[in-house]
Design a protein around this ligand. Structure first.
Ligand code: AMP
Length: 287
């Protein structure tokens, strides 16, 4: 099964890393090759992120990885989303010059000229607001257009917002939230055989993404405090309690905890008198 992968740009490194973590390390057939083996069952074809919706919709690859912004802009109904991969987060935003009095897209007047490389999504957004705009199609660097007098507003991707700021623009609304997605061509996936292969890929990638948000925590705790330990370490199905050889009044408690709660969890365990606390990353998690 073929997967169209971004060959450069923001998404390419993260996509390769995610596949490697899922046990599907890209083995390129030659240096800078456009083809790579991704484990025994998948072949990666490396193309521009912008072209991936077309490649997948046309069936050149059954699956693809690209930004939601590009998938939606392509408007190809053959495509469906299998998984949000979490990286490449950004938003397609409406921005105007800093000195504009307008603070929301709904206040832009009829006939506003909007520079963008996302003409379809831009038209659809302003249609939904009931405002007739004129799209000024450009392929990049939209930020300059309002200062050159060729547009009154822009619709462009924003991540931190610093590009807008240094270009004297302010964000006034969001058209779409985006991140990298695993997409598929429904007909091509059916023709390629049972859905199980793509489902296995989704399961593998999902298990890595889930594991990133979790940590495995181990601690030695007093046996007579296990009631409280259970409250602190709910884990997936309660903590695992393990005897310690010659541990006396002590047992070991193991649990999967939220990565962003580790600090609080450790503090609470310390208050109970826990010792030998160990926290490790998890590579994969399949509940
Ligand atoms: P920032 O200055 O962080 O707001 O980034 C904005 C610039 O980076 C714009 O030129 C965007 O086109 C580009 N950009 C930000 N995030 C992404 C993304 N996830 N995918 C593609 N381009 C992006």
């Amino acid at each position: 099964m073929r997967i169209a992968m971004p060959n450069k740009g923001r998404l390419s490194e993260s996509a390769l890393k995610l596949f490697e973590e899922a046990g599907l390390k890209a083995e390129f057939l030659a240096d800078r090759a456009l083809l790579a083996q991704l484990g025994p069952e998948f072949q990666g074809i490396f193309v521009r992120a912008q072209d991936i919706p077309e490649f997948v919709a046309d069936g050149a690859a059954e699956l693809g990885i690209t930004g939601r912004d590009l998938v939606e802009e392509s408007g190809r109904s053959e495509l469906f989303e299998l998984l949000d991969l979490g990286f490449g987060r950004c938003r397609l935003a409406v921005a105007v010059r800093d000195d504009s009095a307008v603070d929301t897209p709904a206040r832009l007047p009829e006939g506003t000229r909007v520079a963008t490389s996302f003409p379809k999504l831009t038209r659809r957004h302003f249609e939904s607001l009931g405002i007739g705009i004129r799209v000024v199609p450009i392929s990049g660097a939209a930020e300059i257009a309002p200062h050159l007098g060729v547009a009154d507003a822009i619709v462009d991707l924003v991540s931190t917002g610093s590009t807008l700021r240094v270009n004297g623009l302010k964000e006034i609304g969001t058209v779409l939230d985006s991140s990298a997605r695993l997409i598929g061509n429904r007909a091509a996936l059916k023709a390629a055989g049972p859905m199980r292969l793509s489902e296995r890929l989704v399961t593998a990638l999902e298990s890595v993404l889930r594991a990133k948000k979790k940590r495995y925590l181990m601690a030695n705790v007093p046996r007579d405090r296990l009631g409280e330990v259970r409250e602190i370490l709910p884990g997936i199905s309660g903590p695992t309690i393990v005897d310690i050889l010659d541990g006396g009044a002590w047992v070991a408690a193991h649990a999967v905890v939220d990565a962003d709660q580790v600090y609080q969890t450790i503090s609470r365990l310390k208050e109970l008198g826990a010792e030998g606390i160990l926290v490790t990353r998890i590579e994969r998690l399949m509940p």
